[in-house]
Design a protein around this ligand. Structure first.
Ligand code: TIU
Length: 226
């Protein structure tokens, strides 16, 4: 019998191999004032509440020597990887590529594009840039996971209904079994977060599973602890 995580809509069976943690876009652009999220008109303060929980999850994966991937949504300085529809969308003060208070908005290498320092990767973890909302589009993620023979993804990060949900759906279509850690993800819109959790777990887990950090770590400890 596989070890399970106590999850909704029913227990999430952990694999004999290792699951991988994917931390989506915990970058200053979305979480601090003056970045892309702020420029889109959002109250970014809501997103800081999950930082300690994401850290706890990272600490658990590190303790158990399980793989971790961090993503950053960003574009090349010449914007050649940003489609016009994305570039021109919105009516904020700044557009992607404009000079904002934390450097050019959503551009790789700018101060605002860095991951929050308290959630920085440690050696051995993959930090990956992504030009889209999903973590599979235009990235090395598929090849990386295949190399490690990973079949199960534990997902955290922001925002729940945009990059997190898109990544889960992309992963689902590629055959991965996904669990979203509900207190390690957040949205600018509380109702969108709740609705996304409901969508994921509806219809017998049409997109995947949802569990809190404590239950996730307890299951991982049972399965992979020594
Ligand atoms: N705007 C919003 O909610 N999210 C994004 O633009 N990107 C991510 O979710 N990372």
């Amino acid at each position: 019998m596989p070890v399970t995580i106590d999850a909704k809509p029913y227990p999430y069976a952990l694999p004999a191999g290792k699951p991988c943690l994917i931390v989506i876009d915990m970058q200053r652009d979305f979480i601090e004032p003056g970045g892309f999220g702020d420029t889109l008109g959002n109250d970014v303060a809501r997103l800081t509440t999950i930082v300690p929980t994401v850290k706890k999850l990272l600490d658990g994966f590190r303790r158990l020597k399980l793989p971790v991937v961090h993503t950053r949504e960003c574009h090349k300085p010449d914007l050649s990887d940003c489609p016009p529809g994305k570039l021109n969308r919105g009516k904020g003060k700044f557009k992607i590529g404009d000079a904002g208070p934390m450097g050019r908005i959503l551009i790789d290498g700018e101060p605002g594009n860095a991951l929050l320092p308290e959630l920085s990767p440690v050696p051995g973890e993959l930090e990956m840039t992504k030009p889209g909302k999903g973590a599979f589009y235009g990235t090395e993620l598929s090849a990386y996971l295949q190399d490690l023979q990973i079949t199960h993804l534990i997902i955290a990060g922001v925002t729940t209904e945009v990059c997190v949900q898109t990544t889960m759906r992309e992963a689902n279509d590629r055959g991965y079994e996904c669990l979203l850690v509900e207190d390690a993800t957040e949205s600018y819109f509380p109702e969108f977060k709740q609705t996304t959790l409901d969508m994921i777990t509806a219809q017998g887990g049409i997109v995947g599973w949802v569990a809190n950090c404590e239950k996730t770590l307890a299951g991982l400890e049972r399965a992979y602890g020594v």
